[in-house]
Design a protein around this ligand. Structure first.
Ligand code: URP
Ligand code: ZN
Ligand code: ZN
Ligand code: ZN
Length: 472
């Protein structure tokens, strides 16, 4: 047995902070010890490893509940593999991801889950689970949802966007939601009216409006609000809990806040890109530059106030969790597929490495408390997707997934600052933020220390998840 003592730091949880030493035996946390206790005095000399955390915050490892490593999209594949993407996540203080297995029409649901398990097996730097995308709602798929539940897949994503690819019509959504309600599973929704969007896309292309900014203009907030409302109503009719992914429009969040006000099990996820970036500044960059930020839902207009509204809903609690929707495509050969036609730009932004730092900036800027930072990035994602308290908390019996975060540190973000994602650009190039990840433990093993990677591919294991712990 190896004992590790993380000594002298301030342990921050979702509900408070306190000077405590953390005792780890092998892969688990076994005790939190107050300064001055007798046992602690002994341990500081007898533990196998003592990590001095004086002056730092000791927080649970980050849980990113929305990533797409090596995701096939529009004739190409997201540029981070499970190996490179999870290593980058570790550098950024994230110790668990939940990725998406993807079913497209004609495939058996169980086969696609097995395929994604194979992609991740033996190569991940940190622990990982899967949601399942149901791209072909039919009797067989609905039956298979029960089988996947037994394998630790307790959440299923549907798309109201991307007709002809992943799209489900309202009838299919209703059927899948009834099944999810019966199973106690979480329904996840990509809420944009894809049928209307596709018509607007055709209108722009017919007028020769082909630049990346038209990706955003063709997906107006009204069509996110409308789809979000429809998803909420279908969830209410069926009794399924609903988690709306990557919410970017203020009005969509108003719908979610309204539903929550009525007592519904409806939850919102947003992502750092929707808090910090905008349609005007990034998607509207000159020439083809904006392609870097083509993702769905799109970056929204700052003039319309979406970013500030999202921060407000984070404070009210109507945004439940922050994920990245990490789905990186390089400019060269990938985003470039859409030169002359924005609709052919693969959709996605990479950011798995930067979520903890970007959200800590919200603490520095006085937008959220330290505890809310931990809640949004670690604890609630773990509870939402059935991994708490093994993940998302520093608690006796839980996995020793721990980040030592240095508030006196500084992080420069970007390709020029040599990020670790397999991506030839950065959505956040040039961002300078206070605070830095110093040391990362994944199940008791130091995998990152002072910018050095000390882990190995295959350190990360599959996490079979339980039911959501956020439902009333
Ligand atoms: O543009 C995005 N978000 N790509 C990833 C797939 C999705 O819809 O989440
Ligand atoms: Zn989506
Ligand atoms: Zn996504
Ligand atoms: Zn060191």
């Amino acid at each position: 047995m190896t004992t590790t003592l993380i000594a002298g730091g301030t342990v921050v949880s979702a509900i408070g902070r306190q000077l405590l030493d953390v005792l780890v035996e092998d892969e688990r946390v076994v005790a939190l010890l107050e300064p001055g206790s007798q046992r602690l005095g002994d341990l500081r000399s007898t533990a196998d490893v003592v990590i001095d955390a004086t002056g730092t915050y000791v927080i649970p490892g980050g849980v990113d509940a929305h990533t797409h490593m090596q995701m096939p999209f529009g004739g190409t594949t997201a540029s981070d593999t499970f190996e490179t993407g999870t290593r980058a996540a570790a550098f950024g203080g994230t110790t668990t991801i939940v990725d998406f297995a993807i079913q497209t029409p004609g495939e058996r649901l169980q086969d696609t889950f097995a395929l994604w398990q194979d992609k991740a097996a033996g190569v991940c730097a940190i622990d990982y689970g899967f949601h399942q995308i149901v791209g072909d709602v039919n009797d067989e798929s609905l039956a298979a949802m029960g089988e996947l539940m037994a394998e630790g897949v307790t959440s299923f994503k549907l798309f109201m966007a991307y007709p002809g690819v992943y799209y489900s019509d309202d009838g299919k959504i209703l059927r899948a939601m009834r099944r999810a309600a019966g199973l106690g599973a979480m329904m996840m929704m990509h809420a944009e009216n894809g049928i209307a969007i596709d018509e607007i896309v055709k209108e722009h292309l017919a007028r020769g409006e082909t630049d990346p900014i038209y990706h955003g203009i063709s997906r107006p907030w009204q069509l996110e609000e409308e789809a979000t409302h429809r998803a909420i109503m279908l969830a209410e009719v069926t009794g399924a809990p609903l988690y709306v992914v990557h919410v970017s429009a203020k009005q969509a969040l108003e719908q979610i806040a309204w539903a929550r006000g009525n007592g519904a099990n409806v939850f919102a996820e947003t992502c750092p890109q929707y808090l910090y970036l905008s349609l005007e500044e990034q998607l509207g960059a000159p020439g083809f530059e904006g392609a870097k930020w083509v993702a769905s839902t799109p970056l929204r207009s700052r003039a319309e106030g979406h970013q500030d509204a999202l921060w407000r809903f984070i404070r009210t609690g109507d945004v439940s969790g922050i994920a990245t929707d990490h789905c990186p495509f390089c400019m060269k050969d990938q985003k470039e597929m859409g030169l002359g036609d924005f609709s052919k730009i693969p959709n996605g932004i990479g950011g798995v490495e930067h979520r903890m730092d970007l959200m800590y900036q919200g603490v520095v800027d006085g937008r959220i408390t330290m505890e809310r930072w931990v809640e949004l990035c670690c604890t609630t994602p773990a509870r939402m997707f059935g991994m708490y308290p093994r993940k998302g908390a520093i608690t006796p019996g839980g996995d020793a997934d721990i980040v030592i975060y240095d508030p006196a540190g500084h992080t420069s973000i970007g390709i020029n600052a040599t990020h670790h994602m397999n991506l030839d650009h950065s959505a956040y190039e040039g961002f300078e933020v206070d605070g830095a990840v110093r040391t990362v433990l994944s199940r008791g093993k130091v995998v990152v220390d002072h910018g050095h990677y000390l882990g190995r591919p295959g350190d990360g294991r599959y996490v079979a998840r339980g039911l959501a712990q956020t439902l009333v």
